[in-house]
Design a protein around this ligand. Structure first.
Ligand code: ADP
Length: 177
């Protein structure tokens, strides 16, 4: 089997949707490694807000300027995808102690599955450490009723309109006098 490249990392996530926190990890990862592959995880048992095609289109637009970053969809085990890419590193981001616990357990399991792959963790930047895709979906859902959700503090610009569209009421509410 060909040797895996330790200068090539893979960052797999749901990106449903991609957030400023994810973008921060990707930008920093792209500076640390020669190549970074961003994998959009497709889990048939989850029902995501955005289809894989929608997520792929958003990531392409947002990450396009990063020369050494490529994007792909991932079905099946993340470690198998990392190996298929020829990469030696799995990149992950951690925000909280809960993240560290979950990620540590996952990295141990991945190490059993593929001992030749190293997991590298980047600590979330302070200003993004409170951001998660699920929080953003809640803000978009609840804020769409009032029309004043501050999404630009959480997601890159190309995500805002698609996110608003997902929570737009089917019919406009009746106007009251
Ligand atoms: P998953 O479904 O695998 O949790 P996510 O897209 O939510 O997918 O996250 C992918 C990776 O990015 C995980 O390692 C997660 O801990 C990390 N991550 C998520 N949000 C942030 C953030 N705001 N800052 C840093 N890392 C983050």
């Amino acid at each position: 089997m060909p040797k895996l490249n330790p200068r090539h990392a893979v960052y797999v996530g749901s990106f449903d949707p991609i957030t400023l926190g994810h973008c921060d990890i990707i930008t920093r990862g792209a500076r640390l490694f020669d190549h970074l592959t961003v994998g959009i995880g497709i889990n048939p048992s989850k029902s995501p807000l955005f289809t894989p095609q929608e997520r792929l289109a958003m990531l392409r637009e947002i990450l396009g300027p990063l020369q050494n970053v490529e994007i792909a969809c991932v079905e099946g085990l993340a470690v198998s995808f990392v190996k298929d890419c020829g990469a030696g590193v799995m990149l992950r981001g951690v925000r909280t102690l809960t993240d560290i616990e979950t990620e540590f357990t996952m990295s141990l399991a991945n190490h059993v599955l593929a001992p030749e792959i190293e997991t590298v963790f980047l600590m979330a930047s302070e200003k993004y450490s409170h951001i998660s895709s699920s929080l953003i979906k809640q803000i978009a859902m609840l804020g769409s009723n009032t029309g004043d959700e501050p999404l630009s503090s959480f997601v890159p610009l190309p995500v805002i309109e698609p996110l608003r569209m997902k929570f737009r009421p089917a019919t406009e509410p009746p106007t009251t006098r």
